[in-house]
Design a protein around this ligand. Structure first.
Ligand code: PRX
Length: 662
């Protein structure tokens, strides 16, 4: 397993240290001649040539791609306008994103091809062709219009992983409404904050979804959230589980009732290239989650082009991405990138170990799936569950594997390669972010020699660099900060309602350059090795969690005076969440209080943010100016010696007493 990150003196320092552990990795896996022969891009030389054009002549490159890949109602006049971060793309052009994902395939051989294959956790299967998907989206677009929704209105989506989740996103896109998908694991409180931040008019939810044999109570969560959301006028409720729920008169409408009689053809309007498509909330290093805004043409082009090359999509593929649509991976690589390419997308509602830990392998054989895109945390769980669950199945339909969300440790990479890919399938380790919209650093499977643990080389149009704290390019093999120096079409446009925070968060450290928040290094071949976040954002099981959100949830508990959240290396989750809390006078530390604090964070944010460990402290280590020294707490949480400069500590005895506790 990955060795523990060493102490953080400065961002660059931590990167240097961690690199030693992965720099022993020297294996190289070249694409097989057989894979190369059939690949959409079959040589490293071809990648290098196209990449050079994409960064040296971006206008020429993106003009050609936008014309070839997208269906325009009105051609654009200008490819890109303005400097980063305010670059506008494909100015003057008009298109409809839903039309680009569905209507373009009608009247072609794809019309009766499966767009979606769905398997519910109880084992129910539904297949929907492109033609059927079109009818569903058209009907829902009418339902939305009948409710009075117009272009620019916000719609919150809080649904299980069922085809209707995709249909809802596409119906929003069709009428120009902006969707914000909230992962079903978020609490009513988190849902309320997101609805209020973007002032959603409509919430689309379900009477539940299946997970580990139980029903996730989505509707009661919506009811609770809506006690404090004045903007919401209507709740559209899908029947999935037949779980009894309350329907509020005048506000709540059943999907199947609204649907009744809605026409199944809908004339889609064309929207400007820069028309907002969706808002997706993600954690930052300070404050509440940020509403990342993506717009239409540039985002769609990034998602479509990367899907084509990174997943080497072919007409016959049956592609499975295990991400929920509540995350950016579900947006770009379940919905927009795949459907715009006319692919068959397989989606699964439930848990990977329900009823047994071989559920994924069973489904791959059952549906002859050819591509699997999942997260290292899942791969490590599969490893732990044991090879026997895998060996029961053939897995011979698979031809390509993908990884996303966090660094994949070489041991997990090798297991994925051998046990799942049978040494036959290339692995694309794709680095990207909610903000980048599309895959940003990645191998192309027919072109790029793979090194386990490296996301390899930048995708087309991505000017990625490693810089030191002053913004100077770092020499090869020394760590630094990962930045992108030129604009790219699928980049975020702003943070919803807070453009100043957008500029501050991403463009203030190195003006004119996008700072990713990640530490990384580039090896002698120019390969990128991502170390992880170097800001106060944690990556727990591939989910981004801001320490500030956890801390503010904790201090809202009546017993807590102060709190600090840090990550601790974890074999399964990548990082586990450890919180240090000091109590208000008169409150006693106890096991029961630890449980109550965990439950409180679960209630405030969602169970994905529940701390793995709660540690009580008499006081927290601070600088003389009163700032909590998190790097010291990180060492304490990891059980390693406190290293680095401690001269700014106000009181060293605090550290000694923290080490004694637990
Ligand atoms: O730290 C990087 C990590 O996930 C962060 C982005 O999180 P989010 O916006 O939730 O998007 C996740 C899915 C795209 C990054 O800043 N990350 C993502 N992919 C990788 C990764 N770290 C290493 N290797 C990856 N392949």
């Amino acid at each position: 397993m990955r060795s523990a990150p060493k102490p953080k003196k400065s961002a660059t320092h931590v990167t240097d240290q961690t690199i030693t552990s992965v720099s022993r990795e020297s294996r190289v896996f070249r694409p097989s001649a057989e894979f190369q022969r059939q690949a959409n891009l079959g040589s490293l030389a071809a990648y290098k040539k196209l990449y050079a054009e994409s960064v040296n002549s971006p206008e020429k490159f993106w003009k050609r791609q936008a014309e070839e890949q997208l269906v325009w109602r009105k051609p654009f006049k200008t490819v890109m306008k303005g400097a980063m971060p305010d670059t506008k793309w494909f100015v003057g052009g008009k298109l409809n994103v839903a039309e680009n994902c569905i209507d373009r395939h009608l009247g072609t051989a794809r019309e009766n091809k499966a767009a979606i294959i769905f398997e519910g956790e109880p084992g129910d299967v539904r297949t929907m062709t492109y033609k059927q998907l079109h009818l569903h989206v058209c009907r829902l677009a009418h339902v939305f219009e009948n409710m009075g929704l117009v272009a620019g209105d916000r719609v919150a989506i809080y649904l299980p992983m069922v085809p209707e989740a995709m249909i809802t996103m596409l119906a929003c896109a069709r009428i120009g409404a902006i969707h914000t998908v909230v992962f079903g694991g978020f609490s009513p409180e988190a849902l309320k904050d997101r609805i209020n931040d973007c002032k959603a008019k409509l919430v689309v939810t379900a009477d539940g979804g299946w997970r580990r044999g139980k029903i996730i109570e989505l509707k009661p969560n919506v009811d609770k959230a809506l006690e404090g959301t004045p903007s919401v006028q209507t709740v559209l409720v899908l029947k999935r589980t037949a779980n009894p729920i309350n329907m509020k008169e005048g506000r709540d409408v059943w999907w199947h009732d609204a649907w009744e009689g809605a026409p199944n053809q809908h004339k889609a309007k064309a929207f400007d290239s820069e028309n907002p498509l969706f808002i997706l909330y993600t954690s930052g290093s300070t404050g509440k989650p940020k509403g990342v805004l993506h717009t239409s043409a540039g985002y769609l082009l990034g998602a479509k082009l990367s899907s084509h090359y990174v997943f080497d999509l072919k007409e016959t593929d049956r592609y499975f991405c295990s991400a929920d649509i509540g995350w950016i991976t579900g947006h770009s690589y379940v919905v927009y990138g795949l459907l715009s390419n006319g692919a068959t997308v397989f989606i699964y509602e439930g848990a990977p170990n329900q009823p047994e830990p071989d559920r994924f392998w069973r489904m791959i054989d059952r549906h002859s799936l050819t591509i699997l895109y999942t997260a290292p945390t899942a791969i490590r769980a599969f490893m732990r569950w044991g090879d026997n669950y895998v060996l029961r199945h053939r897995l011979d339909s698979l031809r390509l594997l993908g990884s996303v969300g966090e660094p994949i440790n070489p041991e997990a990479w090798m297991w994925y390669h051998t046990m799942i890919g049978k040494k036959r399938c290339p692995i694309v380790d794709t680095w990207w972010q909610t903000e980048t919209g599309a895959i940003t650093i990645t191998p192309l499977p027919g072109a790029t020699p793979l090194k386990p643990g490296s996301a390899t080389l930048p995708f087309f149009g991505i000017a990625a660099k490693i810089v030191d704290d002053k913004g100077k390019e770092a020499p090869r093999n020394s760590g630094g900060k990962l930045v992108i120096t030129k604009p790219w079409p699928s980049m975020l446009r702003t943070l919803w309602g807070d453009d100043a925070r957008f500029k501050q968060a991403y463009f203030s450290e190195f003006p004119g350059t996008y700072f990713t928040g990640d530490g990384a290094r580039q090896d002698k071949d120019g390969y990128f090795w991502i170390v992880g976040r170097i800001d106060d954002v944690l990556n727990v099981s591939g989910h981004r969690i801001g320490t500030a959100e956890i801390e503010s949830a904790l201090v809202s508990h009546p017993s807590v005076a102060e709190a600090a959240a840090v990550g601790k290396p974890d074999d399964l989750k990548g990082q586990a969440l450890v919180v240090f809390v000091t109590l208000k006078s008169g409150h006693e530390a106890s096991e029961a209080l630890k449980e109550s604090l965990r439950a409180h964070v679960g209630k405030e944010i969602g169970s994905l943010a529940k701390p793995d460990q709660v540690r009580f402290a008499a006081s927290l280590p601070k600088t003389r100016s009163g700032k909590i020294m998190r790097r010291i707490l990180k060492d304490i949480a990891a059980g390693t010696q406190v290293k680095g400069d401690t001269s700014t500590l106000e009181d060293f005895s605090v550290v000694a007493s923290l080490q004694q506790e637990e």
